[in-house]
Design a protein around this ligand. Structure first.
Ligand code: WTA
Length: 663
C-alpha cells in the first residue's frame, strides 16, 4: 500500500474497521423510496439501457443515436448525436409544465435579508443574463470566470452561460488574486463576474480591488461584471472604465425572454479547477448531456428527492463541484425547492443552520464531515433548541466520515431515524458514485458502501487485481460513466497520465483514494494515497503549498504534509529550511506568521498551514523524493517509522533534535 495508509490516518482507520453497527431503513421510508433493490440488477443486466432510461429524465431537442462511444478511450462520448439545452432543462421546462410559481430558491443572506425565487422568476433572470452576456460578445465555447459568494446571481450566471453554450469556470471566493489569475489565464476567460464586496462573519468587506489586482494585464479579459451586494457599506468600488459594468445595469436593460438553443450532448458545459499532485491546478472539463443525466439521476435516488414536496439544502459553495452538481444542476433539473445560504454557520450564532431548517421545513440536508464535527464541538444543546423534525434524510460528502460524527449526526440532527447517505465522488466524476441507497441499504457508520446502480468501482492491489473481502488497496472505476470528466482543459496528455496510466493495462480510472472492502463487500474510503491533502473537504496539493512557501525570500526548501486533525480531517503542516542569508529571527514567531500569511496570499486562506516547523534538513530518498510519511509521523507526534530508504539516515534525528531544542 502507498504511504498514506501505512501511517496516515491510522487512528481513524482503527475506528472504522471495528465498526459493526448497521441501520436498516424504516418501513415507511422504504415504502415511498425513489430507489428499489431491483435497480442494481436492472443496471447490471444492461448498463447502456439503464443510462438511456436515466437520460429520459431530461428534455432532448434531438434524440441520441448511441448511448456510449468509448472507441477513443479514455475520451468518452455519451448520448452521441443528442442535442439539449442544459438551462432549459433546469428552468424553462418546469415553468412550461405549470410549476412557474414553485419556489426554486429560498435564498438567505448572511445579514438576514431573504429572497424567494420562483421557477418563473428564475427563468426571467436567466433569460436576461443570457442576453446580457451575449451583448458582451460571449458566445458558444467562450469561457466566463465567476468569483462570487453564494448570491442568487451566481446561480443565474452559471445557468446563463449554459444557456448560450459558454463554459463557466467558477473560482472559489476564498482563492487569492494570484490563484484567480492563474485560472483566468489558463481558461482564457473573456468575461469575469464578481461582486463589490462580501458579508463574512457579520462584516461587509470590499473585494473588488482584489479582483482588479488579479486581472491586471490579463489579456483575455474584455469585461468585468460586478454584482452589487454590499453597496453603501463598502462604498463605490475601484472601476476601470470600458471594462467594468454593473451586473444590474446591464441585466435590467435586457428582455426577459430568451429562446434557448440546443447544443450537442458533448458540448462543454464547464471547467472547474482542482488541485492535483503538481503545483499547477487542473481544469476539469465537463460536458452537457451525460453530466446532467448523472447529476439528475443521483440527486433523485440518493436524496430520495420528491419535487413539490421536499425542501432540500446542500450547504456547499458553488466554488466546488458539490455546488455545481448538487445546488445548481441536479436539483434544478429535478425541480427542487432548495435553500441557498450566503454566510458562515456561526453568524450571528451557532444555531444558524438549525434556525434555517426550522424556518423553511428543510427535509433533505447535505453537508460535509468537517462541519458535522464543528457542530459536535459547539454542542448538542444548540440543535436541540430547534424543531428539526422536518428532516427525513441527511447526506455527507468530501472526506471519510468517522463513525462518531456519523452517529452524532444521526442522533442530534436526524432524530435517530433519518437515513444518512455517505456519498463518495470527485470533481472528476461529476456526480455521486458510491453511496447507500436510502430506503434500500442498511447503512453503516463510516462506509460509503456500494457503487450506485449504473456505476462500477473496485478495490484493487498494486497489480490492478481486485482484492478480496477484508482486503485493502486502491479505488478504481472500471467502467466509463456519464458524468465523467472529458479531460483536463488544454492538456490531454496530463489527463491520460493522471488518471489512466497507473492501471493502463486494465483500462481503469485511478481515483487517488485508498479503500477497503469489509466482510460484507462494502467499501470503506480511507483517504488520498497521493500528495493531495483534504482540509475541511477542500483539496489542496502539498506541492502547491510548497511552491508558495519557497516563493518567500526566507525559504530555501519546504515540505508539506497533511496531518490528522480532529475537526478539519487534515491540517497542513509545513517543514521549511531557511535560506543561508535569512535574518536571524526568521525562525521566530513573527516570521512564521509572515510565512503563513504569505501562503494565504499566494493561494488563499484555506491553504494557510496550521503549523510551520523550521528544520535543518528534509528527509529524502536517494532519488531525491521527500519522504512525507516520516514528516507526517512528526506532525502527528508518532514514533518515526522506517528510515532505511533515506539517503542520509541521520536526518530524522537531526530534525527531531532541532525541534526539541526549539531551533
Ligand atoms: C474525498 C468532492 C471519503 C476523496 C465531491 C476524493 C471522500 C476527494 C468522500 C474529492 C466520501 C469525497 N468519503 N472521501 N464520502 N467524498 N471524498 O474533487 O479523497 O473536492 O478523492 O470532490 O474527496 O474531492 P473533490
Amino acid at each position: 500500500m502507498a504511504e498514506r495508509t501505512e501511517s496516515g490516518q491510522s487512528a481513524t482507520l482503527d475506528n472504522l474497521l471495528t465498526e459493526e453497527r448497521t441501520f436498516a431503513p424504516s418501513q415507511d421510508f422504504a415504502a415511498r423510496a425513489n430507489a428499489t433493490a431491483d435497480t442494481y440488477a436492472e443496471a447490471e443486466a444492461d448498463r447502456d439501457a439503464f443510462w438511456a432510461k436515466q437520460a429520459e429524465r431530461l428534455h432532448w431537442e434531438t434524440g441520441w443515436d448511441q448511448v456510449l462511444d468509448w472507441s477513443n478511450a479514455p475520451f468518452a462520448k455519451w448520448f452521441v448525436g443528442g442535442k439539449l439545452n442544459v438551462a432549459y432543462n433546469c428552468v424553462d421546462r418546469h415553468v412550461e409544465a405549470g410549476h412557474g410559481d414553485q419556489i426554486a430558491i429560498h435564498w438567505v443572506g448572511e445579514p438576514g435579508d431573504t429572497r424567494d425565487i420562483t421557477y418563473a422568476e428564475l427563468q426571467r433572470e436567466v433569460s436576461r443574463a443570457a442576453h446580457g452576456l451575449a451583448s458582451l460578445g460571449v458566445g458558444a465555447g467562450d469561457r466566463v470566470a465567476i468569483q462570487l459568494q453564494m448570491v442568487p446571481e451566481a446561480i443565474v450566471a452559471m445557468l446563463a452561460c449554459a444557456r448560450i453554450g459558454a463554459l463557466h469556470s467558477v473560482v472559489f471566493g476564498g482563492f487569492s488574486p494570484s490563484a484567480l489569475r492563474t485560472r483566468v489565464d489558463d481558461a482564457e476567460a473573456k468575461v469575469v463576474i464578481t461582486s463589490d464586496g462580501q458579508y463574512r462573519r457579520g462584516k461587509a468587506a470590499a473585494t473588488k480591488s482584489q479582483v482588479d489586482e488579479a486581472l491586471e494585464g490579463a489579456e483575455s479579459v474584455e469585461k468585468v461584471l460586478v454584482v452589487r451586494r454590499t453597496g453603501d457599506e463598502t462604498g463605490i468600488p475601484p472601476w476601470t472604465d470600458g471594462r467594468d459594468i454593473w451586473w444590474h445595469e446591464l441585466m435590467d436593460a435586457q428582455p426577459d425572454s430568451h429562446t434557448p438553443e440546443a447544443f450537442d450532448s458533448e458540448h462543454p458545459l464547464f471547467i472547474l479547477y482542482t488541485s492535483g499532485t503538481t503545483g499547477k491546478p487542473k481544469g476539469i472539463l465537463h460536458t452537457s448531456g451525460g453530466y446532467l443525466t448523472q447529476a439528475a439521476y443521483t440527486h433523485h435516488v440518493v436524496f430520495d428527492h420528491k419535487p413539490g414536496e421536499d425542501v432540500y439544502w446542500c450547504t456547499a459553495d458553488i466554488g466546488w463541484v458539490t455546488g455545481h452538481s448538487y445546488i445548481v444542476y441536479g436539483p434544478l433539473a429535478n425541480r427542487a425547492t432548495q435553500v441557498v445560504y450566503e454566510g458562515t454557520p456561526n453568524t450571528p450564532h451557532e444555531g444558524r443552520h438549525w434556525e434555517i431548517v426550522q424556518r423553511y421545513g428543510v427535509t433533505l440536508y447535505y453537508t460535509a464531515p468537517t462541519l458535522i464535527r464543528t457542530f459536535m464541538k459547539w454542542g448538542e444543546d444548540i440543535p436541540a433548541k430547534y424543531d428539526l423534525s422536518s428532516l427525513r434524510l441527511l447526506g455527507s460528502v468530501g472526506e471519510p466520515i468517522n463513525p462518531e460524527a456519523w452517529m452524532w449526526y444521526r442522533e442530534h440532527i436526524g432524530g435517530g431515524n433519518a437515513p444518512i447517505v455517505d456519498t463518495w465522488w470527485q470533481t472528476e466524476t461529476g456526480g455521486i458514485m458510491i453511496s447507500p441507497l436510502p430506503g434500500v441499504t442498511a447503512t453503516k457508520p463510516g462506509s460509503a458502501q456500494r457503487p450506485l446502480p449504473g456505476i462500477s468501482a473496485k478495490v484493487v492491489d498494486d497489480q490492478g487485481v481486485e482484492v478480496g473481502r477484508g482486503g485493502g488497496g486502491y479505488l478504481v472505476l472500471d467502467k466509463p460513466w456519464p458524468g465523467m470528466l472529458r479531460g483536463i482543459w488544454g492538456d490531454d496528455q496530463r489527463y491520460k497520465d493522471t488518471y489512466w496510466s497507473r492501471f493502463a493495462d486494465q483500462g481503469f480510472y485511478f481515483a487517488g483514494d485508498g479503500a477497503k472492502y469489509d466482510d460484507d463487500g462494502d467499501i470503506w474510503l480511507l483517504g488520498r494515497v497521493d500528495d493531495v491533502m483534504n482540509v475541511s473537504g477542500h483539496r489542496i496539493s502539498t506541492t502547491e503549498v510548497e511552491s508558495a512557501l519557497v516563493s518567500h525570500h526566507n525559504v530555501a526548501e519546504a515540505a508539506v504534509v497533511g496531518a490528522s486533525d480532529p475537526t478539519t480531517g487534515q491540517g497542513i503542516v509545513a517543514f521549511v529550511i531557511l535560506r543561508g542569508g535569512a535574518d536571524d529571527d526568521a525562525s521566530g514567531e513573527k516570521a512564521i506568521t509572515e510565512l503563513r500569511n504569505h501562503v494565504a496570499s499566494e493561494i488563499g486562506p484555506i491553504a494557510k498551514p496550521r503549523q510551520i516547523m523550521v528544520v535543518p534538513e528534509l528527509p529524502k530518498t536517494r532519488s531525491g523524493k521527500i519522504m512525507r510519511r516520516l514528516l507526517r509521523d512528526i506532525a502527528e507526534n508518532r514514533e518515526v517509522g522506517d528510515v532505511t530508504t533515506l539517503a542520509d539516515t541521520t536526518v530524522m534525528d537531526q530534525i527531531s533534535a532541532g525541534l526539541k531544542s526549539g531551533k
